[in-house]
Design a protein around this ligand. Structure first.
Ligand code: ZN
Length: 82
């Protein structure tokens, strides 16, 4: 028996296996999609469908424990390239 890794979406709080979620990291104040996994730093996980809500609500500020909202332009670019 192996223990399945479980991550929680920062927007809807649903628990999922990591493959169902996008991992985001904060690098130099920017929210960066970590598609390959393993990027350094604190990670935040969310559903792709939850990403727009996260941007609108400013969820990354809390997820990454920032004083102000991080730059989400890289994430918006990523979401635009469906
Ligand atoms: Zn979600």
């Amino acid at each position: 028996m192996s223990i399945k890794p479980i991550r929680t979406c920062i927007v809807c709080r649903k628990s999922e296996s990591p493959s169902a979620l996008i991992r985001l990291t904060l690098i130099d104040g920017k929210v960066i999609p970590d598609l390959k996994g393993g990027a350094p730093g604190r990670g935040a996980w969310l559903h792709r469908d939850c990403a727009e809500s996260a941007i609108q609500r400013g969820s990354f500020k809390f997820a990454f424990k920032q004083v102000k909202n991080p730059d989400v332009s890289e994430l918006i670019n990523f979401l635009g390239n469906k």
